[in-house]
Write a protein that binds this ligand. Structure first.
Ligand SMILES: [Zn+2]
Length: 390
């Protein structure tokens, strides 16, 4: 069944772009925990950080690169020797390392940020990619603010970096300005006008400033992109990035249309979402697609009646396929704190001792009122506890 579907690579940047969300800094043990969950989830590439940004960032990229197998581990670098060398130093022990080099290409960035001519942008990009390619075979190049770059110049840059050794060319909509048709036109232009484009995978990196990150990523895939950059819960700079769970389930649910798939284990989507939300303190809205608490809740009588007769009347996905627990009986008033802590962990929550103590108190009160305490009740208590603490 997988054979006839084009495989789209999932490049997760929760630990790099996601960590740039205001207030979402993570420490090393938290990053390791998320990296482990990303491996379980089956992402193809983990962007673990920006090694030159700080000693902490360097350390976490190095630890993740050293400890985890089963996914490519990527580190970000600006287009200069020091950044690229530092990235390689962090990545060198990875089973499958990737260096990700970026340089802005749009007129606004060239003029106001970099003060560089078009020629020197190309020169620097080529030099950066060559230096990275000297260290490893897997090199990604991003022309930052590509969505606002003149298409002729973008094609020129892309051709030059592929010749220099870039194996993935990522098209970032850095400021969330693109629309689906715009994105599709950019990818189509690259495919039609860059003579060596077949030698690289085209990737997209969409921001959600207009709420279009997932739609723009899907439009890019439809036009031929082979990699999507995204984050768990869509966290990231400002309004965030393309949400991994949404884009993955859109490709899977509508595989009749996209004829693509990913190797994501969708049953881990909800646990991964909970882990990232509890580590970062960035809570998921109840009506968030796929992983929100209400994503599969049916309230209207007509809907409930339909659901009882045949779930597919109102459900395009099954809750268990994205990792929501069946509403099984799990704990009762005789259950102890250890059982609760264990259940919380299985549900994807990370709680410290004080939080467990407090949730346990609430759990006992609930267990007195209700014979059966379900997984969803426990999730609800924990989410309340985390919300109140923040
Ligand atoms: Zn970004």
């Amino acid at each position: 069944m997988l054979g006839d579907k084009r495989q789209i690579k999932i490049f997760d940047t929760t630990l790099r772009d996601g960590e740039q969300s205001p207030g979402a800094s993570m420490n090393l043990p938290e990053k390791l925990q998320i990296a482990e969950e990303l491996i379980r989830l089956g992402v193809d590439i983990i962007e673990a950080g920006f090694p030159i940004a700080s000693p902490g960032d360097f350390e976490s990229v190095r630890e993740i690169a050293t400890r985890f197998q089963g996914a490519t581990i990527c580190g970000l670098a600006r287009c200069n020797n020091a950044d690229i060398d530092r990235a390689w130093e962090a990545l060198q022990h990875a089973e499958s390392p990737r260096i990700h080099v970026f340089l802005a290409t749009s007129a606004i960035h060239r003029e106001f940020k970099l003060n560089m001519s078009r020629e020197s942008i190309i020169e620097n990009s080529v030099a950066g990619v060559k230096r990275a390619a000297g260290y490893c075979d897997d090199v990604e190049f991003s022309p930052e603010d590509a969505a606002r770059t003149e298409i002729d110049f973008l094609c020129e840059v892309v051709e030059a970096v592929i010749d220099a050794g870039a194996t993935t060319v990522n098209i970032p909509d850095t400021v969330g300005y693109a629309t689906p048709t715009h994105m599709s036109n950019v990818i189509t232009a690259l495919k039609n006008r860059v003579p060596n484009i077949e030698r690289a995978v085209i990737s997209v990196h969409c921001h959600n400033d207009l709420g279009l990150a997932v739609a723009n990523s899907l439009a890019a895939v439809e036009a031929g992109a082979g990699q999507i950059e995204c984050t768990i819960n869509g966290i990231g700079e400002r309004a965030g990035n393309c949400s991994l769970e949404e884009v993955v389930m859109a490709l899977r649910t509508r595989s009749d249309f996209y004829t693509c798939d990913t190797k994501i284990n969708s049953k881990r989507l909800v646990p991964a979402s909970r882990l990232v939300s509890s580590v970062t303190g960035l809570h998921v809205q109840r009506n968030k697609a796929i992983v929100g608490r209400n994503a599969f809740a049916h309230e209207a009588g007509i809907h409930q009646d339909g659901m009882l007769k045949e779930p597919s009347t109102y459900e395009i996905m099954r809750p268990e396929d994205v990792g929501f627990e069946k509403t099984d009986l799990v704990l009762g008033k005789h259950s102890g704190r250890a059982a609760l802590a264990d259940r919380a962990k299985q549900l994807g929550f990370t709680l410290d001792d004080d939080q467990i103590k407090s949730v346990f108190k609430q759990f006992k009160i609930l267990a007195d009122q209700k014979k059966e305490v379900l997984d969803e009740d426990i999730s609800c208590l924990i989410e309340k506890e985390i919300c109140e603490a923040n």
